[in-house]
Ligand binder design. Sequence first.
Ligand SMILES: Cc1cc2nc3c(=O)[nH]c(=O)nc-3n(C[C@H](O)[C@H](O)[C@H](O)COP(=O)(O)OP(=O)(O)OC[C@H]3O[C@@H](n4cnc5c(N)ncnc54)[C@H](O)[C@@H]3O)c2cc1C
Length: 398
Amino acid sequence: MDFHLEPAKQVIVNRFREYVDRELVPLEPAFLASGFAALLPVLQGKRADVRRLGLWGPIYPREHGGLGLDLLTHGLISEALGRCPFAHFVFGCNAPDAGNVELLHEAGSPAQQKRWLEPLVAGEIRSCFGMTEPGNSGANPLMLETRAEPDGDNWVLNGRKWFTTGADGAAFCIVMAVTDPQAPPHGRASLFLVPTDAPGYRLVRNTPVMGHEGHGLFSHGEVELADCRVPGEQLLGPRGEGFRLAQARLGPGRIHHCMRWLGICERAHELMVARAASRVIGPDGRRLGDSDIVRAWIAECAAEVRAARLLVLYAAWRIGQAGAKAARDDIAMIKFHVAGVLQKVVDRALQVHGGLGVTDYTLLAWFYREERAARIYDGPDEVHKIAVAKHLLKARDG
Ligand SMILES: Cc1cc2nc3c(=O)[nH]c(=O)nc-3n(C[C@H](O)[C@H](O)[C@H](O)COP(=O)(O)OP(=O)(O)OC[C@H]3O[C@@H](n4cnc5c(N)ncnc54)[C@H](O)[C@@H]3O)c2cc1C
């Protein structure tokens, strides 16, 4: 098993990383002080730059205007972009659009692809994905209650979604709704492309997360569907295939998520080392990095990040060898393991910064606040652990 990229692909990954460090990292203080909305005009300029450099849309298929890179190369790019909170947006591969592009590519009709996929890949519009509901356990999407009922040539949707990331400003939402309540559990739901200006669709509020309401891409919307009417052709993929399609969207996407988290870990670790090396803690000139405890943290975090990275690369390799279905335990393991490493590394880096760590003068508080949810979204830790253990126990029992 060799995780080195071919030289040509490594050159591409390096170009992404160099751009992030040279052009985007210097914008971070303005992002932290004024927020995403204030920085948007500057970021749009960077998006134009990235297009000129031929680095736009690393994961999107070539025929739809992207670079069409393979899973591993994109994973390594995701790691480079994870270093900066808004880099995925600048390069046109941010969540949830990236997953929605994959979904539209796989299941969209030619007309749906023309209307939604093309402008999405071009970065002209944003999108969101509405599965989770306030009244039901999101960890078990079989409990969905949002209904879609046929009415002549239309579908009429009723229900409420929340944590719909990026709903604020999105042009459309991919909504999961029950179409066949009597079908077996995994065949009950379907996906719908719902324009956000459809009658009956309403963004109720941006849900505050850890004290911050967020804006645009960095928001999590609560959405009401009240007799929301969409034409029949807005059904995405076959009726009753909602769960399968949503699962397919999440599987390989976890490689990107985990690699992005590793980019965050690496950045947090760099900040920790820099602070430990420079902060003087005694009149004799002793520095934080002279403390045995801090040294142990630096070494442990370095080892944990390296091990997590190898686990993710292994999962990507397994997907390539055997497919996402056969690699489901590998994917589940990285989801909870890397999220745990992320939380620990960011927490320790923050601790090393003392009071400065909880301010918005470094990236650490932002990472701490925004990324705590890594252990919850796309399936909480417990759900993935239970699934892995179940398969291991079953394998033992034969
Ligand atoms: C920042 C953020 C962004 C999100 N973005 C989106 C989005 O864009 N679109 C979308 O549809 N959803 C989104 N979500 C929702 C997310 O997927 C759900 O929050 C997640 O699936 C958990 O569902 P829940 O919040 O209803 O928690 P619950 O299902 O109520 O679970 C609560 C807790 O119970 C435990 N638990 C649950 N089930 C089990 C079990 N079987 N065994 C043991 N313990 C269990 C876990 O610790 C879990 O954290 C987002 C969430 C967050 C926090």
